[in-house]
Design a protein around this ligand. Structure first.
Ligand code: COA
Length: 325
């Protein structure tokens, strides 16, 4: 088995900012409620002519430059997304053309907010067994297109963005463990009810606003804290490490209170947690991707550091990955 590591990172955030003050004009909410209950101050919105693959393309170009590779060097493209440009073809195929990665094998992964970790796990399998050399793994979302800006329970939470990494064989360090899990019995807690084969688009589904995210936030909150804690512990154990060995946690950014409750259970000080929820809200698969890219660029992750990715989302699905940088 070959060692597999991340050799390049890149992110892209759309320019348009939606602040809590903007949301106060749209629904019955307040800046104070949003900050204290979620930790979010603002989020980014894609322009009307930007789709998920466009965001992915900009993040991917940045990751390729950072890895000092050309698009022709990429053998595999996996995009994790819940908001594809269209039901098919995949975002990965659109991305292939955008960046000109002609020889790449391309597909998407549907694992909601844990999608980036799931996609990394797949690329890891291919590279560690020698099937492919260089993989581009992207988390990209335009959640604003499936967010109901009449529903205060959800519209304050979500934003748009993309993060990309290049995975390749490395001489030292790299991915030490990956742990994934799923629980389809709780699928109803977070979903977009219509637009698929169960409830195809109709006048009724549109009138009932069933093409937007529906969430039972309270139930999810408790599960998120428990599961994200357990997932971190299991992935660390699989890597032969303990919480005290972690240099930086890159958690999914759904709610500041979820992240801090998890950190407390793991006995981690706030300095060991990377946060960007304040600026971007919850970007589903792009949250962990963008956070990892930013942490690297800001020098929060240095060679030899132990980094833990920890994500949880609709499905339910969860995943953690321990990386020695
Ligand atoms: N502004 C003002 N009040 C709001 C509000 C808003 N934007 N959204 C909800 N409220 C109200 C509710 O209507 C409710 O009012 P009521 O008591 O009169 O019925 C009250 O605030 C409390 O609602 P509740 O849902 O219990 O709040 P909460 O503390 O659980 O926070 C979430 C709501 C969504 C922020 C929180 O549950 C959460 O983050 N959940 C997990 C999300 C998650 O993990 N997702 C999975 C990964 S993507």
């Amino acid at each position: 088995m070959k060692r597999v590591g991340i050799i390049g990172v890149g992110e892209y955030l759309p320019k348009k900012v939606l602040t809590n003050a903007d949301l106060e004009k749209m629904v019955d909410t307040s800046d104070e409620w949003i900050i204290t209950r979620t930790g979010i101050k603002e989020r980014r919105l894609a322009a009307s002519n930007e789709a998920t693959s466009d965001l992915a393309g900009k993040a991917a170009q940045a990751a390729l430059e950072n890895a000092r590779l050309k698009s022709a060097d990429i053998d595999l493209i996996i995009v994790a997304t819940t908001t594809p440009d269209a039901p098919f073809p995949s975002v990965a195929c659109f991305l292939q053309t955008l960046i000109g990665a002609k020889k790449a094998v391309c597909f998407d992964v549907s694992a909601a907010c844990a999608g980036f970790v799931y996609a990394i796990s797949i690329a890891y399998q291919f590279i560690s067994r020698g099937a492919y050399k260089n993989a581009l793994v992207v988390g990209s979302e335009v959640l604003s297109r499936v967010t109901d800006y009449q529903d205060r329970n959800t519209c304050v939470l979500f934003g748009d963005g993309a993060g990309a990494v290049v995975l390749s064989e490395v001489k030292s360090g790299g991915i030490l463990s990956i742990y994934l899990g799923s629980d389809g019995a709780n699928a109803d807690l977070l979903k977009i009810p219509a637009g698929g084969s169960r409830h195809p688009a109709s006048q009724e589904t549109i009138d009932n606003r069933l093409h937007y995210i529906k969430m039972q936030g309270n139930e999810l909150f408790k599960l998120a804290v428990t599961i994200m804690t357990q997932v971190a512990q299991t992935a660390l154990k699989d890597a032969g490490l303990e919480c005290k060995d972690i240099d930086l946690v890159i958690p999914h950014q759904a709610n500041m209170r979820i992240i801090m409750a998890m950190a407390k259970k793991l006995g981690l000080v706030a300095e060991k947690i990377y946060l960007n929820i304040e600026k971007y809200g919850n970007m589903s698969s792009a949250s962990t991707a963008v956070a990892l890219c930013e942490a690297v660029k800001q020098g929060r992750i240095k060679k030899g550091d132990i980094v833990l990715l920890d994500a949880f989302g609709a499905g339910l699905v969860w995943g953690a990955c321990v990386i020695k940088w």
